[in-house]
Ligand binder design. Structure first.
Ligand code: SF4
Length: 323
């Protein structure tokens, strides 16, 4: 497993922090959902780009597992295809990348490596050809929602980034990795029974991914698969092909247009010197508090700004974000 990646062809500059080979999607489903959740949160994260300097351990565990699976599937590609689509594979070995990403979390690095070993044992003989890893797909609104309201938005691009697109004998499939902590598992640490009517039965990320990947790769994209695993021993795995609700799927391009319109409205407000709305009903969700929770709890504007300046990557906070 530790032999995955690199090949001695590229000079490497060591970097600090949490590195992704490919970066975040430019205008993806998470960003477009955030605009309707809390305008202030959207502005801080996506307009001003304030990112937490310290990642939460549970998100870091998932990030490291993603990295391991990326390298594993890249290792299965033919060399020429891999050089074209996964140049990061030749820049650092998996070992080097894990060391950089998880430099403050050696236990989580070990966990991710063990998880990958088990994963490779379980899926070693699966007849799949990996095609795209962490690739961004995109479409213009006018291409997927022709004749929609606000025609001036037709050229606006929406995007998504998929963990994996692979091919098997039945066609192309999108696969997304979901790693679960102990609180989401059975007492013995194994995965809870999959519920067909659970959170993925109607899921924004799934709908957007299917639209945009099909827009680029065509109808041979058969569907969306959720690959689950645990972030602890015993490493458990399962895989589910989602049934996508037809009506919601059809409505998705128009929903994308509404979200882009909302983004435009908020940007206009920010540029006019107004402050985006806060949504205090959205401060604490299923993954815990919002990243800006401590700042929004501050007693006044100065304390808010001080917290943003100390806890986030951008050192110079813009003003006008507090209402
Ligand atoms: S803590 Fe609440 S109000 Fe503040 S940015 Fe987050 S969701 Fe919005």
């Amino acid at each position: 497993m530790t032999g995955l990646g690199a090949g001695g062809s590229t000079s490497v500059t060591p970097e600090a922090g949490h590195e992704s080979p490919t970066g975040a999607s430019r205008r993806g489903p998470h960003r477009l959902a955030a605009i309707d959740v809390c305008e202030r949160m959207w502005a801080l994260r996506y307009h001003y780009n304030y990112r937490k300097t310290v990642e939460k351990p549970w998100t870091m565990g998932g990030t490291l597992i993603h990295t391991c699976y990326e390298y594993y599937y890249a290792s299965l590609m033919p060399d020429e295809w891999r050089r074209k689509h996964c140049p990061w594979f030749y820049q650092r070995t998996l070992e080097e990348r894990l060391k950089i990403q998880g430099r403050d979390w050696p236990d989580l690095v070990d966990m991710a490596k063990e998880n990958l070993s088990e994963y490779m044992n379980v899926y070693r003989d699966e007849p799949v050809t990996p095609l795209y890893i962490e690739r961004e797909f995109s479409a213009r609104l006018g291409e997927i929602d022709p004749g929609g309201p606000w025609p001036e938005l037709d050229d606006e691009e929406v995007t998504c980034r998929t963990d994996l697109v692979f091919e098997n004998e039945s066609g192309l499939w999108i696969m997304d990795y979901k790693s679960l902590g102990r609180s989401k598992c059975r007492r013995d640490g194994t995965l809870m029974r999959w519920k067909e009517d659970g959170e993925y039965a109607l899921n924004w990320q799934v709908l957007v991914n299917l639209w945009l990947v099909r827009h680029e790769l065509g109808p041979k994209v058969r569907g969306f698969i959720v690959q689950r695993t645990t972030r602890h021993k015993p490493y458990d795995f399962d895989r589910h092909v989602l049934t996508v609700p037809v009506k919601a799927y059809k409505e998705t391009p128009r929903q994308l247009r509404y979200r882009v319109h909302h983004e435009r409205e908020v940007v206009r407000k920010l540029e006019a010197g107004e402050r985006p709305k806060a949504s205090f009903h959205a401060c604490y969700g299923r993954y815990g508090p919002c990243d800006y929770w401590d700042a929004c709890k501050a007693p006044d504007d100065a304390s808010f700004q001080a917290i943003i300046a100390s806890d986030f990557d951008r050192p110079t906070p813009k003003l006008n974000v507090v209402k």
